[in-house]
Design a protein around this ligand. Structure first.
Ligand code: MG
Length: 338
């Protein structure tokens, strides 16, 4: 197979802040696989948390294209295992290849990826919609503008974030609200904050404390104030096992674990261990989101709004309204360039 790639520009619809970063314009990489006259596409979104860059992604793609030159894209499972083992610091790029392989097989045989996986797209949960941290006035406006979405996700863990949460509750008293602290608290601070979150009827909190503090997470879970979900603590399948008993649920992202194949392993492990499962994303185009959406029928909580937070999405085909996602087309991931 032949692998090519090019950078694409992603512009957030508005400046988006979390406890750790401010997101502005960025680029992602559109990866294309060509074999037997059929193409498959995936999107690589390098994650700075893992010191991945556009350059390291492109370097990885160069190495992958040599490695896979004479391989068969139908053998997704073995290709995925090899790539995850060999490029374990570049899993966002491996995820793009994994998506492109799924897209290729779907297009080759005329099946949507969700059907290939044996899943029912009618069981996709409603996604949350993220409201970024800003002044109370702007947060109030964003909350009103997002009235069509039944579930909000809010970044907390900073004083402004905590004010934003209160503002959202004020303007959306009946919506489901989830929060993400992005490691913003210590255990003691979290123990102080969680009862307040419960008072504000928050459904669960994502990653309240540092990623490697599993005993701290266990203390928070055992305090049983509100459910605790691991995101930064949960990167790949082995982490699901380590987190058993420490959290109530995990947040899986294709870019963290290396794509649909490793994500399925994590989903099955988490289910066997009695954990809830959330499927998340980065700020990315609907090409990347469409890959994650194929797995969405298997999860409890969906946070696939990355493509809803950008303007000028370079891809079309992934439909939906008010937080409902609709996988497009009947072949592969169901998206195509605008
Ligand atoms: Mg998170």
């Amino acid at each position: 197979m032949k692998i090519t790639w090019k950078r694409i520009k992603i512009s957030p619809a508005s400046v988006f802040r979390t406890a750790k970063a401010v997101r502005t314009d960025k680029e992602t990489i559109w990866v294309q696989i060509k074999h037997e006259g059929t193409v498959g596409w995936g999107e690589a979104v390098p994650m700075d948390t893992y010191r991945q860059t556009l350059e390291s992604a492109e370097e990885t793609l160069g190495a992958v294209s040599e490695l896979l030159a004479t391989r068969d894209p139908r053998h997704i499972e073995e290709l995925s295992e090899e790539l995850v083992a060999r490029f374990d610091k570049q899993l966002a790029t491996v995820a793009a290849i994994d998506a492109a392989l799924h897209d290729w097989v779907g297009k080759k045989y005329g099946l949507s990826t969700v059907t290939m996986l044996g899943l029912n797209p009618a069981r996709i949960p409603v996604t949350s919609f993220s409201i970024g941290i800003d002044t109370p006035q702007v947060v109030a406006e964003k909350t009103k503008a997002a009235a069509g979405f039944p579930i909000f996700k809010v970044k907390v863990g900073t004083p402004e974030g905590d004010i934003a949460l209160k503002t959202i509750r004020e303007f959306a008293p009946k919506k489901t609200v989830r929060v993400d602290a992005n490691m913003g608290w210590t255990v003691e601070q979290a123990l102080e904050q969680l009862p307040r979150l419960r008072e504000l009827r928050v459904e669960f909190v994502e990653q309240p404390i540092a990623a490697n503090d599993l005993e701290g997470l266990r203390r928070l879970k055992e305090a049983a104030i509100i459910p605790i979900v691991a995101d930064e603590s949960c990167v790949r399948p082995g982490d699901v096992l380590r987190l058993a008993g420490c959290v109530d649920g995990i947040n899986i992202k294709l870019g963290k674990c290396g794509g649909i194949r490793p994500a399925m392993k994590m989903i099955h492990l988490a289910r066997a261990l009695g954990m809830k499962i959330m499927l998340g994303c980065m700020i990315e185009s609907s090409l990347g989101i469409a890959a994650a959406a194929q797995l969405a029928p298997l999860v409890d909580w969906l946070d696939l709004d990355g493509h809803l937070l950008i303007k000028d999405d370079p891809f079309i085909g992934l439909g939906g309204q008010g937080g409902r996602l609709m996988i497009g087309g009947s072949q592969g991931l169901g998206v195509r360039p605008v």
